[in-house]
Design a binder for this molecule. Structure first.
Ligand SMILES: Nc1ncnc2c1ncn2[C@@H]1O[C@H](COP(=O)(O)OP(=O)(O)OP(=O)(O)O)[C@@H](O)[C@H]1O
Length: 214
């Protein structure tokens, strides 16, 4: 696995209208294999930064560089769409779009669903899932799209602590398979599982996860 830079954030600043800047001069890069936690109080702009990295809108200042053809996948707090499709359909879909045959895609999707404790829900409609189940399903879908860059917003917010640990482990494992992973989180354990913590409140960077950056 190479350690190519997948996300290169240079001197980023964001404000909405005449509001004060959420943050300015934010600079960091994420290599394949790295996990980064974005932290800070509610409203400090974690989701906004993820959206800019995803390319959904241009920042007020600075730029985000990504390698050409990098595959970006995201798991956001409120997953829209797919409400009347089944769990298995949603999990298998990214494999089918990558050229897998239906039966093989279903088998692989079921395998990953089982890792997240969701295989018994295979025939449920998305609309019938709890918040935590829906969040985990969107994570399975993102993993099955084999992203170079995975952006995740509050992956453990709606989960019990045991399930949250499983999700933290999966995110680290995905990075281990060569993805650059950025996670917006309030969860101390998620933060501790990451290689680096970026605190958007104070805008500071801490290597090695763990203690709160001050
Ligand atoms: N398109 C927009 N127009 C105006 N204001 C916005 C827009 N998007 C976000 N904001 C504001 O920018 C601030 C940062 O929002 P954001 O959702 O990024 O915060 P967050 O750190 O992810 O919060 P939380 O931890 O509660 O999810 C908030 O005050 C929000 O209301």
């Amino acid at each position: 696995m190479n350690d190519e830079i997948c996300v290169d954030v240079r001197d980023l600043g964001q404000r909405f209208g005449t509001m004060p800047f959420l943050w300015r001069h934010v600079t960091f890069s994420v290599r394949r294999g790295q996990t980064i936690a974005l932290c800070g109080r509610s409203g400090c702009g974690k989701s906004t930064l993820l959206s800019i990295v995803a390319g959904w809108f241009s920042p007020t200042e600075g730029e985000v560089r990504r390698p050409d053809k990098a595959r970006v996948s995201w798991v956001f707090q409120n997953p829209y769409g797919a409400v009347y499709r089944t769990v298995l359909d949603i999990a298998a879909y990214p494999l089918i779009t990558r050229g897998w045959r239906r039966a093989e895609a279903d088998a692989e999707a079921l395998r990953v669903l089982a890792e997240f404790g969701l295989d018994e829900l295979r025939d449920r409609l998305f609309a019938e899932l709890s918040g935590g189940e829906a969040q985990r399903l969107m994570l399975v879908r993102a993993i099955n799209s084999k992203p170079d860059i995975l952006l995740v917003d509050e992956p453990t917010a709606q989960l019990d602590s045991k399930t949250a640990l499983v999700v933290d482990d999966k995110l680290v494992a995905l990075a281990g398979r060569g993805a650059a992973v950025l996670i917006a989180t309030h969860d101390r354990r998620t933060r501790e599982s990451c290689d680096r913590v970026i605190d958007l409140d104070t805008y500071s960077v801490e290597e090695g996860g763990g203690d709160e950056a001050t």
